[in-house]
Design a protein around this ligand. Structure first.
Ligand SMILES: [Zn+2]
Length: 253
């Protein structure tokens, strides 16, 4: 029970931080302002001056996809997010022409780590698989395989983050109730590896989070569908970590 409180407590603290930061961060610019911006250019000059983002090309290169993520995260971290085309015309276009997401993001369910926001992307851009602790089970792997095989998405990113509540709960150990144990069990191998490196305290938690991302990548590469695409140089599988306060995503290695 104590572990449940810890798990939820970390998430709650993050929610407070996220909400408290809304007044100064770019979140409103990428959500509430984008809808009225279509018809309010006369009385909202600052919004009207903001470029509207709408990706029309289909991205097939892993490196081009990676660059788009880098560009988007740089905009987010600097508070210069773009307005998004979320209007009816864009939605109908996506319905008619189908989705062509350029990146698959496997990320934690943590409310502070929403991929579309921190990468400053819009409708149809990212194929997102979210699960606490960004672990890979057959269900998550099936989602990744679907996007690789059927949507031809060229880049897979396993996105970890600092101060992960799931990782912290796993490291602290103890009795884990309910199905939360299934998540913790997936993280445990990373704890063993991190401990073997001599890490302790908070360093052990962050080291576990780092190794947990690498383990998820290895789980993804066990898929013959993904492996085939990687060998054909059609897909890259990369790891990254999100910094909660700076908003910056850094690639591993
Ligand atoms: Zn997390």
């Amino acid at each position: 029970m104590r572990k449940v409180i810890t798990f939820l407590g970390v998430a709650s603290l993050g929610l407070v931080l996220m909400l408290s930061g809304c007044g100064t961060k770019a979140v409103p610019a990428s959500t509430s302002q984008q809808f009225p911006s279509v018809n309010t250019q006369s009385n909202q000059p600052s919004v009207a001056a903001t470029p509207v983002y709408k990706r029309t090309e289909v991205i097939t290169s892993p490196d081009a996809a990676k660059q788009l993520l880098d560009d988007g995260n740089a905009r987010f971290a600097s508070g210069k997010t773009l307005s998004k085309d979320l209007g009816a015309t864009r939605r109908m276009d996506l319905e008619k022409n189908g989705q062509h997401p350029f990146a698959i993001i496997v990320s934690c369910s943590d409310s502070r780590v929403p991929p579309e926001v921190l990468y400053d992307e819009a409708l149809g851009d990212l194929f997102v698989v979210r699960v606490a602790g960004n672990v890979i089970t057959p269900v998550e792997l099936g989602s990744v395989e679907y996007a690789v095989e059927h949507l031809k998405t060229p880049l897979v990113v396993v996105l970890g983050h600092e101060f992960c509540g799931a990782v912290t709960a796993a490291v602290q150990g103890g009795e884990i109730p309910g199905s939360i144990a299934a998540i913790v069990d997936k993280i445990k191998p990373a704890i063993d590896t991190a401990k073997a490196s001599g890490a302790t305290g908070n360093d052990l938690i962050e080291k576990t989070a780092d190794i947990n991302v690498q383990n998820a990548i290895q789980d993804i590469l066990k898929s013959s569908i993904v492996k085939h695409a990687v060998d054909a140089k059609e897909v890259k599988v990369l790891g990254a970590k999100y910094d909660l306060d700076t908003g910056v995503v850094q690639w591993y290695n």
